[in-house]
Design a protein around this ligand. Structure first.
Ligand SMILES: [Fe+2]
Ligand SMILES: [Fe+2]
Length: 208
């Protein structure tokens, strides 16, 4: 096992737990962690909180469907089970972090809970994890470079660009029932940023 020296025990511990639990997804986790730290620094947010939330955001991703369902049914918002199982790990992850690792920090738990669907009321920590998950260095999807640019205009513009990419992508898939938070997040941040301003940010980017 690699030993980590980020001069913070909680960050080191979170990295060790995830590397052992889910080695295949680890490059994505490291990328999300790095991106979250850059955003935390840029926006003067608590580095440890952003880092731990980013490292643990996919804590439940490797769990099988029946375990996720069981955890959510027992402790969480069962409404999410009506939607695609791909999105269950956010809700289940925040429950498991509390049960298995004893994490009680609401900012961390909410960031993990909302990293898949987004939420109109996301705070800055949840926004950082949501953006970092979508824009980290191993991501190759169309539009990701614009999102990497947009997230340094403001966290709201960053969330808007990512939610637009996610929402548009999901709409291309056949028979996907999109969770309402996905659409609400996009609509909320579009209204907050303003359609006209957002369009001018996009045309400025295209002209660069
Ligand atoms: Fe995820
Ligand atoms: Fe992720």
């Amino acid at each position: 096992m690699i030993r980590y020296y980020y001069r913070n025990m909680e960050i080191d511990k979170a990295l060790s737990i995830i590397e052992e639990k889910d080695p295949v997804r680890f490059p994505h986790i490291l990328g999300t962690f790095k991106q979250a730290r850059l955003l935390a620094k840029y926006y003067s947010l608590d580095d440890k909180k952003c880092s731990v939330a980013a490292i643990l955001h996919d804590y439940a991703k490797g769990e099988n469907k029946s375990r996720l369902k069981e955890i959510i049914t027992k402790y969480g918002d069962v409404n999410i089970i009506k939607y695609d199982e791909e999105i269950w790990h956010g809700e289940a992850g925040s429950i498991l972090l509390k049960l298995e690792l004893g994490i009680t920090d609401k900012d961390i738990l909410d960031a993990v809970r909302y990293h898949v669907t987004g939420h109109p009321d996301m705070n800055d920590y949840a926004k950082v994890v949501y953006i970092a998950d979508y824009t980290e260095e191993t991501r190759k999807h169309p539009g990701v470079d614009f999102c990497r640019y947009a997230c340094y205009i403001s966290l709201d513009v960053g969330v808007l660009s990512c939610s637009e990419g996610i929402y548009n992508y999901l709409n291309t898939l056949p028979k996907k029932k999109i969770h309402p938070y996905t659409q609400l997040t996009y609509e909320h941040f579009l209204a907050k940023v303003g359609r006209e301003r957002y369009e001018s940010i996009k045309s400025h980017y295209q002209g660069m």
